[in-house]
Ligand binder design. Structure first.
Ligand SMILES: CC(C)(COP(=O)(O)OP(=O)(O)OC[C@H]1O[C@@H](n2cnc3c(N)ncnc32)[C@H](O)[C@@H]1OP(=O)(O)O)[C@@H](O)C(=O)NCCC(=O)NCCS
Length: 233
């Protein structure tokens, strides 16, 4: 669906902030491509009791125009500064997404996330990090990427469902201003567990932007302490 051009201060500034912030991080986040799906489903398999099959991801990447999916991978240590800049530029990322180009052998996928957008609401459909790479800040990096992209797409609210027993994920979401607003009884078919519905309202508001900026700054400092070699393991 064509969207009217309605630039806000966030849509103008965020790509600039993102580009400047992400230059020397050990991980890069890129749009998910069909070629990434085999690695994504490996992480999916060890992260969820009812993993999505590859065809679900193929649908999301190839056909679902409301879907926005990303993968995180280690930054290639041998990539030249110029290559890294090129890869990190939004234009290049989206061109690669459409052409499915593979310029060089890329480091492995270590995490992914996705959301669907409808009107001014973005709904996080999935987020997972390879168990070997957890607790380095990657979950946050993926979540921040999704929030920033949703803001660029004019979303004002982000929502998600999370298992009542998944305290790790709930803690991640609380950190980014998500609050429990309801529940869905017996939502998960594998064990009939309830889901909590969590939302972050007013993600374009000044208070939320202050929270996001604070968290982003802390996250960047944390990620910079992860050696590039560790991001490749
Ligand atoms: C949820 C998940 C994506 C977090 O990824 P991660 O890379 O380990 O997360 P981060 O390192 O960015 O940590 C972010 C926050 O999550 C929480 N967290 C992470 N690991 C935790 C743990 N073992 N116990 C409790 N809280 C934890 C903390 O609040 C943490 O912030 P802090 O380190 O500043 O305290 C990851 O655990 C995962 O893939 N889980 C399986 C899939 C899943 O449950 N997805 C969510 C579906 S709703």
């Amino acid at each position: 669906m064509w969207r009217a051009w309605n630039p806000s201060i966030y849509t103008i500034l965020l790509p600039v902030i993102e580009f400047m912030d992400r230059q020397d991080l050990p991980y890069v986040v890129e749009p998910m491509r069909v070629q990434d799906i085999a690695e994504v489903v490996e992480i999916e398999r060890v992260s969820f009791p009812s993993p999505w099959p590859p065809r679900a991801y193929r649908y999301e990447v190839n056909q679902n125009r409301l879907a926005h999916y990303f993968v995180a991978r280690g930054r290639s240590p041998e990539a030249s500064e110029e290559e890294a800049e090129e890869r990190d530029s939004g234009l290049m990322q989206w061109m690669q997404h459409w052409t499915h180009g593979t310029k060089t052998q890329r480091p492995s996928v270590v995490g992914y996330c996705g959301f669907w957008i409808a009107a001014d609401e973005a709904h996080i459909s999935t987020i997972a990090v390879d168990p070997k790479h957890r607790a380095h800040g990657l979950g946050q990096l993926l979540l921040v990427t999704a929030i920033e992209r949703a803001i660029q797409l004019n979303a004002r609210l982000m929502s998600l469902e999370v298992r009542v027993s998944n305290f790790t994920a709930q803690s991640l979401y609380h950190k980014y201003g998500f609050k429990v607003v309801g529940s869905r009884p017996r939502y998960y078919s594998d064990n009939r567990e309830d889901a909590l519905i969590m939302t972050a309202d007013h993600i374009t508001s000044a208070p939320y932007q202050r929270l996001l900026q604070k968290r982003r700054t802390q996250l960047i400092q944390r990620l910079r302490r992860v050696p590039i070699a560790a991001s490749q393991e």
